[in-house]
Design a protein around this ligand. Structure first.
Ligand code: HCR
Length: 399
């Protein structure tokens, strides 16, 4: 049973939406949601969250030792979480349903060079529509740091702490590569946490992270991040985590990994090094990592690619932003019809859609090597991957 705390017409629309989620299996992107829960932003824009602290991304390579670099990777990762999982609540009042990208939709952006950190470029492409899969590549060439990944979601419905909730298992992973000034390369396999979309009964969905995610380094360091959030058994504080960094295992020994560092706190606020109580990350509003830098994107008039995200969804987004939902629905239907026609035409000619920036491969040697470090965790030892192949057009910075 759902009890939405509102007697308005909006409340009953929401209740029937929740009922349809409860009986739905498969991918949520196909489900028609009430207008007030729609976001004007496409999922292809989400990979930008990985780099809203471009200075931390660039600084990874400046760590003097493998241990220092592993800690810098963990710090950068924790600092991305507030953007990834709370932005919609902060900007729009609640979690929202993003626009479901079309096959071949692209999103390009960059973070300009500032204070010697170098320029970072972002290329995103929707590499599958059914199921929706988004691939991305983020690279700071001058520093030799890049992140390559893909993301899909598997959703189900469940009762968590007596509240109806949507459980989102993230499929996919990212690989961070750094090339040291000596030419030596280090790689870090980053797995993605499980999401619980809570707050549904109040019509104010928000994300809690659950279970564990991992960062496994080719240098042998392993970070295990355990997420506990509001309502998790004893816990009444939202968005809490505990990260343990263990030292590399000697291949000859059967011993258990030795913990070197433990960090605890809130991923959308402050976390501390438990041993000496010093601040590790502070993404809170007044914290040293509180400031996020949004990605720079070319103005819509200058967008050249056929399905460049903001240009493609311009009318729909504008309709959602201004409350003209009929206009939004009409243009969304036009886009979807066009896509159906394109797929039908391809079938007729025996052709398939050609991706621009990525190629699907059945395995990636880096993933295969590093996933072994996670063999007892439930992380799959083999995954399909997307290899990045072509850069996007470069948008020059105006000085
Ligand atoms: C689950 C979600 C779509 C996917 C979004 C992902 C997992 C995408 C990759 C990013 O790196 C991180 C990320 C953050 C978002 O929190 C997550 C979205 C939250 C809601 C949305 C559902 C498909 C929409 C559900 C509709 C609800 C709000 C009723």
């Amino acid at each position: 049973h759902f009890f939405v705390k509102s007697s308005s017409a909006q409340g009953s629309v929401w209740t029937s939406f929740l009922k349809s989620i409860a009986t739905f299996s498969g991918d949520l992107s196909n489900l028609t949601a009430p207008p007030f829960i729609l976001s004007p932003v496409s999922l292809t824009e989400f990979p930008a969250y990985w780099c809203e602290h471009p200075e931390l991304f660039a600084a990874i390579v400046d760590g003097k030792t493998p241990e220092e670099r592993a800690l810098r990777v963990l710090k950068w990762f924790i600092c991305t979480l507030r953007g990834q999982y709370t932005t919609r609540n902060e900007d729009m009042g609640s979690e929202k349903k993003p626009l479901n990208p079309v096959l071949g939709e692209v999103f390009y952006g960059h973070w300009p060079d500032k204070d010697g950190r170098g320029r970072t470029d972002l290329v995103v492409e929707q590499v599958s529509h059914h199921p929706p899969i988004t691939a991305f590549h983020i690279e700071n060439k001058s520093k030799g740091v890049s992140l390559q990944g893909h993301n899909a979601q598997k959703t189900s419905f469940s009762t968590v702490n007596m509240a109806p909730s949507i459980i989102v298992k993230q499929i996919g992973h990212s690989v961070l590569t750094i090339e040291l000034p000596t030419g030596v390369k280090e790689q870090y396999l980053i797995t993605l946490p499980k999401l619980v979309i809570a707050g549904l009964v109040y019509g104010k969905p928000y994300i809690e992270l659950a279970e564990n995610s991992y960062i496994a380094s080719s240098t042998g360091y392993l970070s295990t991040i355990a997420y506990t959030g509001k309502g998790w058994s004893w816990n009444s504080v939202a968005h809490t985590f505990k990260a343990v960094v263990t030292q590399p295992l000697l291949s000859s020994s059967n011993s258990k990994p030795v913990p070197l560092y433990t960090f605890e706190g809130q991923w959308d606020g402050k976390s501390i090094n438990t041993a000496n109580k010093t601040v590790f990350t502070n993404t809170g509003k007044d914290g040293e990592n509180g400031h996020k830098e949004l990605v720079t994107v070319a103005p819509i008039e200058a967008q050249q690619a056929r399905f460049e995200s903001r240009k493609l969804w311009q009318v729909v987004s504008e309709g959602i932003r201004t409350g003209n939902f009929d206009v939004a629905a009409k243009d969304k239907a036009r886009i979807e019809n066009e896509q159906r026609q394109m797929r039908a035409a391809e079938r007729e000619k025996g052709e398939t859609w050609q991706l621009i920036h990525f190629e699907r491969v059945e395995s990636d040697p880096v993933y295969d090597k590093l996933a072994v470090m996670l063999k007892d965790t439930g992380v799959p030892l083999k995954e399909d991957c997307y290899v990045f192949q072509h850069n996007a057009p470069v948008i020059e910075d105006k000085e």
